[in-house]
Ligand binder design. Structure first.
Ligand code: FAD
Ligand code: MLT
Ligand code: ZN
Length: 452
């Protein structure tokens, strides 16, 4: 491939052709996907992104947009030898507007950078996930990332006030005006958010900030039965006022986390399920919560731990947050990120074990996730990474219960062949037509969302 033109656009520091420096960009976080690339491109400005994509369009060269490469579905991996367009050098936070509570940043700034910049001015960004220090804001927009505070603030899509992006023809589209009201036709930010680099490269965004709560409190509850734990989730969903997160994990995942990271367990007893509830609001949280739907469990259970300050909250959160790394250290998991309709979480968590063991009874199954959103992360260790039998069985089971086969991680390459389980042929046809309008040459992330 003739790369001189790209070198001219990006300068020597903006293009890495030495394969020995590519592994951070060509292997995905889960290690399930890997590829090769002729070059990693590292633009610094929207103009450079536009010139690069224009060159790719004119020369029919495919590229894979990439942020922090923390995605879970192989969406940012050059599996067919594409160029990698990394936004890693576009990290500027351009504005934090104290009067309106808005932040403008380039796409390569990390989620943690955004959170910190907001916090310095007394604001908070409503999205949080444990890959915050590596995941880019552009990547979270491209995947419509969820995380732990969806219950309170919604997914990433709900935070976006404006987007700037480069379409598959190299044109710069969108705006960053941040108008509260703007019904001038189709909503581009809503469409580009969650499009996983298949319609445009996100270059900058304007995001909504919220006021942080006066007080925050985390509560870990242990349960001897799954039904008891999930029964309370329904109660919590009904009384959302102070609750900002409601996460679930199970004893085998907790044991793995404690072993891997040398952390003492919260209690010596082996239980079944754990809920981690995070509340934030006006002063007096503990009193209000003790009178709410959790009161019975809080008073009657021996397995309750409170985190009142940042250190003790962090100690409780690590049991939940370290699941991903602990499981990954134990092997290459089949990762399925699914959501269930209200009232079906219990049935799914009980039934999924049987669905898996009918295919392979030697697997190890770890379930955890955002119970408050009906979102469970199904992690299966055992089957070869390329053997998709259990994946397909679980996804079919989810679809049969009316759930989604991708709750928050996106489709990427991992789910591309299974989208038919949730989308009709007509819908998929419309998706393809939309793609062709934004990316007529099909150069943006081929193979993601749509199978090659
Ligand atoms: P990448 O992995 O680089 O890319 C992801 C996708 O976005 C790819 O399709 C890529 O092509 C596209 N993309 C990236 N940047 C751009 C851009 N600027 N323009 C257009 N397309 C782009 N996800 C959740 O939703 N909730 C969680 O709670 C959560 N927790 C996680 C915890 C851990 C420990 C890890 C490792 C991951 C977690 N994730 C979670 C997954 C991941 O962090 C998110 O999907 C995140 O949004 C990816 O951001 P990224 O910058 O790493 O994107
Ligand atoms: C999480 O909630 O921790 C994530 O989405 C990551 C994972 O699924 O492993
Ligand atoms: Zn998650």
């Amino acid at each position: 491939m003739e790369l001189e033109s790209l070198r001219t656009i990006l300068g020597v520091k903006g293009i890495v052709t030495d394969p020995s420096l590519h592994s951070a960009y060509t292997v995905d976080w889960t290690r399930r996907y890997s590829g090769v690339t002729p070059a990693v491109l590292l633009p610094e400005t929207t103009e450079q992104v536009s010139r690069v994509v224009t060159w790719c369009y004119e020369n029919s060269v495919a590229l894979v947009p990439q942020g922090g490469n923390t995605g879970m579905v192989g969406g940012a991996t050059p599996v067919n030898g594409e160029l990698v367009l990394s936004l890693k050098r576009m990290t500027e936070i351009e504005e934090v507007d104290d009067s309106t509570g808005q932040i403008v940043a380039q796409a390569g700034a990390t989620l943690g950078d955004i959170q910190q910049a907001a916090s310095l001015l007394g604001w908070k960004y409503g999205v949080d996930l444990s890959a915050r220090d590596s995941a880019s804001i552009g990547g979270t927009i491209a995947t419509n990332a969820g995380g732990s505070q969806v219950l309170r603030h919604g997914n990433t899509r709900e935070q976006i006030l404006g987007l700037e992006a480069v379409s598959g023809t190299g044109d710069v589209i969108g705006d960053l005006r941040g108008l509260s009201k703007d019904n001038t036709g189709y909503h581009l930010p809503g469409l580009l958010c969650g499009s996983e680099g298949t319609l445009a490269v996100v270059t900058r965004s304007r995001l909504r900030l919220v006021r942080p709560p006066e007080e925050e409190l985390s509560i870990l509850l242990g349960f001897k039965s799954l039904n008891e734990a999930l029964g309370i989730v329904e109660e919590i969903r009904k009384s959302l006022e102070d609750v900002q997160a409601c996460e679930v994990f199970f004893q085998n995942g907790l044991n793995l986390v404690c072993e891997k990271f040398g952390i003492p367990p919260p209690w010596d007893t082996q239980l079944v399920a754990y809920l981690l509830i995070d509340a934030g609001g006006q002063l007096g949280l503990e009193e209000r919560i003790s009178k709410g739907p959790l009161s019975n469990s809080l008073n009657a259970s021996n397995f309750v731990a409170y985190g009142n300050d940042s250190q003790s909250r962090k100690r409780l959160w690590q049991y939940r947050d370290l699941h991903t790394e602990a499981i990954s250290a134990a092997g290459i998991p089949h990762k399925l990120d699914v959501s269930l309709p209200h009232g079906k979480l219990n049935e799914f968590c009980n039934g999924v074990r049987e669905v898996i063991s009918e295919i392979d009874n030697e697997t190890q199954l770890f379930l955890f996730g955002h119970a408050g959103d009906g979102n469970i992360h199904v992690n299966i260790l055992g089957p070869d990474p390329d053997n998709l039998a259990v994946d397909i069985a679980v996804l079919k089971y989810v679809a049969s219960l009316g759930g989604s086969i991708s709750a928050e991680h996106g489709v990427g390459r991992a789910k591309a062949h299974h989208l038919y389980l949730n989308r009709t042929a007509t819908e998929l046809d419309i998706f393809r037509k939309i793609k062709a309008v934004f990316d007529p040459a099909g150069i943006l992330n081929p193979g993601a969302i749509f199978p090659r």
